[in-house]
Design a protein around this ligand. Structure first.
Ligand code: DX5
Ligand code: ZN
Length: 217
């Protein structure tokens, strides 16, 4: 049985009590904290930067899985690493020199990830598989939490799985109803915002994902 990693997405947390929110999911036994960084250009929303990552780093030992939805991400990777990012994921659509940037992420000592929007064929990342620790498949259009899961994206996992033995993550609309589809298709990491931080009892929400993961993986 492979270990499935559960990654609550901070975007759905209550930012007025972020430290407590993070402690709750850490106590509940989640594996990573997913941090959505948006620039108002690559996606039509603006979220957080290295300053918040630095603050988050102080209150948790969980690895920080930083998802950069920003144009030309190479400009900021060193800053995010310095702020405490453990995994740094860029978008293939936002970076002209993906290979160079992925190598730079690894040189900085972080795990390197690449993400694809729903409209991008998964084959576009095949040239970079050796430079990757993580592939993050978007199952919603990036930009906002709380959107509906796109089941047709699971075809990308099925295509990729035989070529890639490292981590495959699914992000967007993952909840107890849709998680089984992601796991069946070969996901290793489940990112969930609304289905964890959007719930009253976060401990219970993480436990439900853990149960499903044990049953299906
Ligand atoms: C969307 C983000 C996701 C999002 C997930 O652009 O990358 O991480 O916050 O939220 P839910 O689980 O609510 O779809
Ligand atoms: Zn994300």
């Amino acid at each position: 049985m492979k270990k499935i990693l559960i990654a609550p997405s901070l975007l759905s947390a209550d930012f007025s009590r972020l430290a407590d929110e993070i402690r709750e999911v850490e106590k509940a036994g989640c594996d990573l904290l997913h941090v959505d960084v948006m620039d108002g250009h690559f996606v039509p929303n603006l979220t957080i930067g290295p300053l918040v990552v630095k603050a988050v780093r102080k209150v948790t030992k969980l690895p920080l899985d930083v998802h950069l939805m920003i144009e030309n991400p190479v400009r900021f990777i060193a800053e995010f690493k310095k702020a405490g990012a453990d995994w740094i994921t860029i978008h293939i659509e936002a970076e002209k020199e993906a290979r160079k940037t992925l190598r730079e992420i690894r040189n900085l000592g972080a795990k390197a990830g690449i993400s694809v929007r729903p409209g991008t064929p998964i084959q576009e990342i095949y040239p970079f598989l050796d430079d990757l620790d993580l592939v993050l498949v978007m199952s919603v259009e990036p930009g906002f939490a709380g959107q509906a899961f796109m089941p047709e994206m699971m075809g990308k996992l099925r295509l990729l799985r035989p070529h890639f033995s490292k981590l495959i993550s699914v992000d967007g609309g993952v909840d107890p109803q849709t998680a089984p589809q992601a796991l069946d298709a070969g996901a290793d990491v489940l990112v969930a915002g609304s289905a964890i931080f959007g719930q009253k009892d976060r401990g219970q929400a993480v436990a439900v994902f853990r149960e499903i993961s044990k049953r299906i993986s």
